[in-house]
Design a protein around this ligand. Structure first.
Ligand code: UD1
Length: 420
């Protein structure tokens, strides 16, 4: 198993190019199930989660070629509609195949994704919405067995709670359903917006894109004529590198981003005293005279992303005064706290809220990555810690960050990947 070794306490400089968004690419890859033709997708990040979904799609019958972030994929060749446990268990987002498989083929069996380090993460809302569209759903031996013999029907769906992959699943299902679907309280994340735009380009009529209410006219199982496209930049990877600039109080530039997607994160960084220079598709972060404390409440887009919570918590250990982080989306997303404490951080947990006392000197330690974003917080802490930090179990990081140590090395960080 690999681990990352970081020698802290040096500043960063230079420019880092941000990769395509994993969370946009995942539903977009799943959407190729709806396509009758082969397409090329550019800017696909070469990370573990993407390769897992490709493995699943190929197991279903898709054929593909993935090189230099360019994916040529043909899912019109699918012959199997069973997403099996062995692949699904390694990645929750495999559930994104449920909506498109069911709407295209009228039946499928998708393994339940199972537990997850950051909380319960049920899929009840996905299933409820598909039932409203006429699906007959049973849970059998750990699988969602879904049938809609004559195809799915358009329906009026009001999500009880905003769910990102739930919205994506139902948008893909509605695209090939018979008739109109109205989906209310739908997620507005940029990744959901791109999925809608790609489906529109493929001929699906969708009204309200970017709002919390969509009207989708289904094609009644007519497969789509999908066009080539490019995946949007990864706003979470972008935010993580901005936090790296911030925590080391250095000037760095991130390029190939959509600054509008990062509004909540940029506002927080400004509030904490950092200078920001936004020019076209790049953002430069400049050192703060004094890093000020701040409070965060995570919420759905366009609010502050839960996927940036851990990185900001690491940053808050270096801010003067008390900061409070309230996690509103996932009940157990504080696994990084005990690891940051091992490095000397002063953090008090109560329910879904963490109180961080800064500024505290951090010291290098052996720490354990527990989930994707928690792991990046440990790397950020390692960058300012005195001495050597070893981050173990970095397979979590490899799920979502492309060329992580190479990008950090290019910014001047002393970081290496080693074998246990
Ligand atoms: C997606 C992102 C993940 C991000 C999260 C929140 C992908 C692949 N992953 O995850 O990185 O952290 O959005 O921004 O895009 N819920 C239910 N029932 C359901 C579905 C969700 O109760 O059927 C709850 C969840 O437990 C959670 C909340 O809704 O409390 C939001 O979860 P959701 O938006 O579904 O997260 P994911 O789509 O899994």
């Amino acid at each position: 198993m690999d681990y990352l070794q970081i020698n802290g306490n040096n500043s960063l400089s230079g420019t880092v190019k941000i990769s395509g968004a994993k969370n946009a690419a995942l539903p977009l890859l799943a959407s190729t199930i709806l396509s009758k033709n082969e397409i090329t997708i550019e800017n696909v990040p070469n990370v573990k989660d993407i390769n897992t979904l490709l493995k699943l799609l190929s197991n279903l019958g898709s054929t593909y070629n993935f090189e230099n972030n360019r994916l040529r994929i043909d899912s019109s060749t699918i012959f199997n509609t069973m997403a099996n446990y062995e692949i699904v268990k390694t990645m929750r987002a495999s559930i994104l195949t449920l909506g498109p498989l069911l709407s295209t083929y009228g039946h499928c069996e998708v393994s339940l994704p199972g537990g997850c380090a950051i909380g319960q993460r049920p899929i009840d809302l996905h299933l409820k919405a598909l039932e409203l569209m006429g699906a007959d759903i049973e849970i059998k031996q750990g699988y969602v067995v879904a049938k809609a013999k004559n195809g799915l029907k358009g329906a009026n769906i009001v999500f009880d709670k905003i769910t990102v992959t739930g919205s994506e699943n139902i948008i893909m299902a509605a695209a090939l359903a018979k008739g109109k679907s109205r989906i209310v309280n739908v997620a507005k994340e940029p990744e959901v917006v791109q999925l809608c735009e790609i489906l529109q380009d493929a001929g699906v009529e969708i009204e309200g894109v970017g709002s919390d209410e969509l009207i989708i006219e289904g094609t009644d199982r007519q497969k789509l004529d999908m066009k080539d496209f490019k995946v949007i930049p990864d706003r979470i990877e972008a935010g993580t590198y901005l936090c790296a600039g911030a925590i080391t109080n250095s000037q760095i530039t991130i390029s190939d981003v959509v600054p509008d997607h990062l509004e909540a994160v940029l506002m927080k960084l400004e509030e904490m005293g950092f200078g920001l220079d936004v020019k076209g598709d790049s953002i430069t972060i400049k050192p703060a005279k004094k890093i000020r404390s701040s409070d965060i409440i995570t919420s759905e887009y366009p609010g502050f992303p839960t996927d940036m919570q851990a990185q900001f918590m690491a940053l808050m250990t270096q801010a003067e005064g008390v900061s409070i982080v309230e996690e509103r989306l996932f009940e157990n997303r504080f696994m990084h706290v005990s690891e940051l404490q091992r490095m000397g951080a002063s953090i008090m947990l109560r329910g879904n809220s963490a109180t961080i006392q800064g500024k505290i000197k951090l010291y290098g330690a052996d720490v354990m990555a527990t989930d994707l974003r928690a792991s990046s917080a440990l790397i950020l802490a390692g960058l300012v810690a005195e001495g050597v930090t070893k981050v173990h179990r970095i397979y979590h990081l490899d799920r979502g960050y492309e060329s992580l140590e190479k990008k950090f090395q290019a910014l001047g960080a002393d970081i290496v990947r080693l074998k246990e």
